[in-house]
Design a protein around this ligand. Structure first.
Ligand code: NDP
Length: 360
């Protein structure tokens, strides 16, 4: 059984006199800053000089450069994109960190995989919302809250748990529940959803669209039927509120019989075997090693180019036009040059696979 914490477990007075810095005023940064400030906490913002910093100023916060804010605050929320966090940490945060400060992360990725290694005299905690930034703010205002995965990773001051629970309460997550799991578990779970569920769902959706369009059904109708109506998001909401299987009662008997009787035909898909392999790559750190490796960013750019050029993008564009929905830009960028990589056989083979996979 995991520990689940609620409002009664956190005490805002444990943060009396503490200056709390939010580094990165983006999706999570803005939502969490506003929630914490509404609960009476002393919040200041550290951000590059850019649009986000202007928004923070407009929202009434004092703003600083990142290196400056590290010097003057007691608690630092590091709410930067995970893939750039280690560089900013190395250059601007680490050199200015003093004993007894608290670093709070919204994802376990950098700590769990040793990309950031804070010194042992610093508290390291995690409050990782299971909610996009907008939802973090909206559910706070509605007094519903949102789930987060929380933990103390390193307790240098012997009161890190109190700080964790007070911050969790201040940010609004304890209204719903703070679930205690360690940072590696959080990171693996997060990436498992992205790497197992995401691609499976995506592939099923594409196969469905192509099956019906190839059989002569109008793309507009097929796409509205599947996801453009937004009906699917209601089904997901009901799964969360009522239960994965229980929510079927919201659908007609014909629908229930059809999906349950046909569902059996998909029982033997080799998903489990593939999921087990992905899980192992995540647990062993192989995925992170690959993503942090030399060629990954280029490979990503190439994969993304092919992925964005799939047939579905054109079908979707046409359908949106006919349905009177706002035009979206398709990915116009030229493919990155891969000439200089000819000697990198493995990478070339993989790219070829992606090219074929995305039917480019
Ligand atoms: P964002 O992409 O919204 O970026 C946050 C901020 O980082 C922005 O202000 C951005 O400014 C700044 N930033 C980007 N690059 C740099 C740089 N090189 N130097 C300095 N500042 C930079 O991040 P998120 O809010 O999405 O993610 C923050 C954390 O929250 C991550 O750990 C993420 O895993 C976690 N999280 C995110 C969720 C989400 O819904 N997005 C959900 C749960 C957790 P600019 O773009 O101008 O550079």
């Amino acid at each position: 059984m995991v520990n689940v914490y609620h409002d009664k477990d956190g005490n805002l007075e444990d943060l009396n006199g503490k200056i709390i810095a939010i580094i990165g005023y983006g999706n999570q940064g803005r939502a969490q800053s506003l929630n914490l400030r509404d609960n009476g906490l002393n919040i200041i913002i550290g951000n590059k000089k850019d649009e986000y910093r202007k928004i923070a100023k407009k929202d009434g916060f004092d703003t600083y450069s990142i290196s400056e804010i590290v010097l003057i605050s007691d608690i630092l929320f590091i709410l930067l994109p995970d893939e750039i966090m280690k560089d900013v940490y190395k250059k601007e945060i680490e050199p200015n960190l003093k004993e007894g400060k608290t670093l709070c992360f919204a994802s376990g990725y950098n700590i769990a995989f040793n990309l950031i290694k804070p010194p042992s005299n610093i508290n390291v905690i995690m409050i990782a919302p299971r909610m996009i930034g907008r939802g973090v703010r909206e559910t706070f205002l509605l007094k519903k809250g949102f789930f987060s995965f929380i933990c103390v990773h390193q307790d240098a001051t012997r009161d890190a748990k109190k700080i964790l629970l007070a911050l969790s309460k201040g940010g609004g997550t304890l209204m719903k529940g703070g679930i205690e799991i360690d940072m590696k578990t959080e990171a693996v779970l997060d990436m498992s959803t992205e790497q197992m569920f995401g691609p499976t769902l995506g592939r099923a959706m594409l196969t469905y669209v192509y099956t019906l369009v190839d059989a002569g059904y109008p793309p507009e109708a097929v796409l509205v039927e599947l996801y453009m109506s937004g009906e699917m998001s209601y089904t997901f909401e009901k799964m969360a509120n009522i239960g994965l299987i229980k929510q079927v009662d919201f659908h007609s008997q014909t629908s229930q019989y059809g999906s349950m009787s046909r569902g059996i035909r998909f029982r033997k898909l080799p998903l489990r075997e593939k999921f087990d392999k992905i899980l192992k790559e995540l647990e062993d750190g192989d995925f992170v090693k690959e993503w942090e490796g030399k060629w990954a960013k280029l490979k990503f750019k190439i994969i993304k180019f092919f992925a964005m050029k799939q047939k579905i993008s054109k079908l979707e564009q046409q359908a949106r036009k006919n349905l009177g929905l706002r035009e979206i830009d398709i990915y116009e960028e030229e493919p990155p040059s891969i000439d200089d990589l000819k000697d990198k056989e493995k990478l070339m083979r993989e790219i070829k696979e992606f090219q074929e996979f995305y039917e480019y």
